[in-house]
Design a protein around this ligand. Structure first.
Ligand code: TRP
Length: 369
């Protein structure tokens, strides 16, 4: 039974799953409490997303300041991203993008989405061309979540890192010591290649509005809110440390738990695109979903309901019936297949309409503020 390790590069829990209280205290972020959720509901005039009510997005940094500023009429922008390592997204990625879409609608704010094809080129054994192709394909899945073209800019690092964004990457890299990289990411002189040490600056830079002259306007200073899974926190902890030296706002974060793998209880406890059997992909058919769920652990089945059954009453009834024995695990898996298929079928229909032309529109630098 090893120590719990959570970094952007590996998540391994001890028996009994990821200890989230421990992550929050190790990382130094804060739990989202009911008062904060209420405040968010009041400000947006909308019920909180089920992911918030159910503690799936459970931690934050400085969300209060974003809300304070918003209350005073200052807009912010959203920044999130995807490392394209597989042909399509899986349900875990969907959590991040469904929630981001809710935030974009609730606050009516611009959104930038980074496709870190450079990251996957450096870390995985995949060519640059292939990473870029996967990124474009993933972007179609992302667009199918319903993002608004006038408010959304999706960029490939391999394409877009230049100009103002590269200026910030370079400035950030000039402030990051190898010691910091070692303390935060475990990257150091023993790391096999230089690219791994440079990449964090590329993921940090988009958290600053001045990286996007052509998207927000020249030199515009705007606050940033980053919805992401908690394993990405280390990057943005650094971005917050650097902000004063850049004379820019500290980025705020809203952070989620991991969607468990189908066979939860395995080491990582996290759905992962690199182990296809642990994951349900957005391209899966109803048959594939059923097959994959056949071997699913009870905790995973219950977790997937909690993540994807939007109706609170249905969720409670299902749980009660399961614990009383009125419904078997088989019944649950059946219901779950249907519920998941409903989500995916809808997405697949929307994706069928996202052609290369629409994709290019989303990826064209233009004002979205
Ligand atoms: N590193 C992330 C991954 O491997 C991708 C990513 C890039 C990202 N920029 C981001 C995630 C900003 C969240 C927020 O998937």
């Amino acid at each position: 039974m090893g120590e719990q390790v959570v970094t952007p590069y590996s998540v391994s829990a001890r028996n009994g799953g990821v200890d989230y209280a421990r992550i929050v205290s190790d990382f130094g972020c804060k739990l989202i409490d009911p008062q904060l959720i209420q405040r968010l509901e009041k400000l947006t005039n909308k019920p909180a997303h089920p992911f918030l009510r159910r503690g799936i997005f459970f931690a934050h940094r400085d969300l209060e300041s974003i809300l304070d500023a918003y209350e005073q009429g200052h807009k912010f922008f959203l920044y999130t991203g995807r490392g394209p390592s597989s042909e399509s997204l899986h349900l875990g990625h969907l959590v991040q993008f469904m929630f981001t879409k809710y935030l974009q609608d609730a606050f009516d704010v611009p959104l930038v989405i980074q496709l870190s094809d450079d990251e996957k080129f450096i870390w995985k054994d995949i060519s640059q061309e292939e990473c870029q192709r996967l990124g474009r394909n993933n972007a179609k899945d992302i667009i199918s979540c319903g993002f608004r073209l006038e408010r959304t800019f999706i960029f490939s690092n391999l394409d877009y890192v230049s100009g103002a964004l590269f200026d910030n990457v370079l400035t950030i890299s000039s402030f990051l010591s190898i010691n910091a990289m070692s303390a935060v990411f475990g990257l150091n002189a023993e790391t096999d290649v230089l690219g791994k040490l440079l990449y964090p600056a590329v993921q940090i830079a988009p958290a600053f509005s001045t990286s996007f002259n052509d998207v927000f306007g020249e030199g515009i200073k705007m606050r940033c809110l980053i919805p992401c899974a908690i394993d990405q926190d280390p990057y943005f902890r650094l971005s917050r440390d650097l902000a004063p030296r850049l004379k820019l706002y500290k980025p705020a974060l809203i952070e989620s738990r991991f969607l468990p793998s189908i066979q939860a209880g395995d080491d990582s406890g996290k759905m992962s695109a690199s182990s296809p059997n642990s994951a349900i992909f957005v391209t899966d058919t109803l048959e594939e979903i059923k097959q994959k769920l056949a071997g699913a652990a009870v905790e995973s089945v219950l977790a997937y309901f909690t993540f994807f059954e939007e109706n609170d009453a249905v969720l409670e009834e299902m749980k009660a019936d399961f614990s009383s024995g009125k419904r078997s695990l088989e019944d649950l898996k059946n219901d779950l297949s249907k519920a998941l298929w409903e989500v995916l079928e809808n997405l697949q229909q929307l994706k069928a309409e996202v052609d290369d032309k629409i994709l290019s529109e989303f990826m064209r630098p233009r004002l979205i503020r």
